[in-house]
Design a protein. Structure first.
Length: 202
């Protein structure tokens, strides 16, 4: 699952740059262009202003949800409910039907993900953050950690931008809640592990 946000842009020192005030040059540049002097019109209109690149957009990071021992699956389907914005996926294997449901709230800045195993299945799942994505700048440094508090697991990832460019960075937090009798959440380094007995979900 790749996390994105419209404000994720790599700072390049242009945050406080204002556009040039060139409205007074418009009439003269227009006259030259209408007279066929396009080079002169362009030169006069852009005089004193050098090319500045915009801040490049980039993805935040990827959340890996790994279920060891997964087998060959059939009947894969993905459905988007445009009335609610919920996206659901399902597939079958020799144990039955598995499902995953997701919902994104832009207003609350959260993504809710609910996997449900096939009936009667015991599933162990690990969650980790991966930053080796196409488009993630190499100049961003990352730290991640996993903790368990009050029965919930928390996977934190912080991206730090190069200093002195106008922005500090960003942080993402994944909260893992396992429900049902016998469900446990543990942390190991920067990984969250969920152990679920039959009948549990998270």
């Amino acid at each position: 699952m790749v996390f994105n946000h419209h404000r994720l842009v790599l700072p390049n020192g242009t945050r406080d740059v204002t556009p040039p005030v060139i409205s007074g040059r418009l009439e003269g540049a227009r006259d030259k262009a209408l007279a066929g002097d396009y080079t002169g019109a362009n030169r006069d209109f852009a005089a004193g202003w050098s090319l500045r690149w915009t801040q490049a957009y980039h993805p935040a990071y990827e959340l890996h949800i790994d279920t060891p021992g997964a087998t060959t699956v059939d009947n894969c389907a993905r459905v988007t409910d445009f009335r609610t914005g919920e996206v659901s996926s399902s597939w079958t294997d020799q144990f039955g039907t598995w499902t995953r449901r997701r919902f994104v709230s832009r207003a609350d800045k959260v993504i809710v993900h609910e996997p449900t195993p096939a009936p009667g299945r015991t599933v162990d799942t690990t969650l980790s953050a991966d930053t080796a994505l196409t488009g993630v700048p190499s100049s961003i440094s990352f730290t991640s950690r996993a903790t368990v508090t009050g029965g919930s697991g928390y996977l934190n990832l912080r991206g730090t931008y190069p200093s002195g460019q106008g922005a500090f960075g960003y942080e993402g937090v994944t909260r893992v809640v396992a429900t049902g009798t016998g469900a446990t959440v543990t942390a190991n380094g920067s990984t969250i592990a969920v152990a679920r007995r039959p009948g549990c979900c998270c």
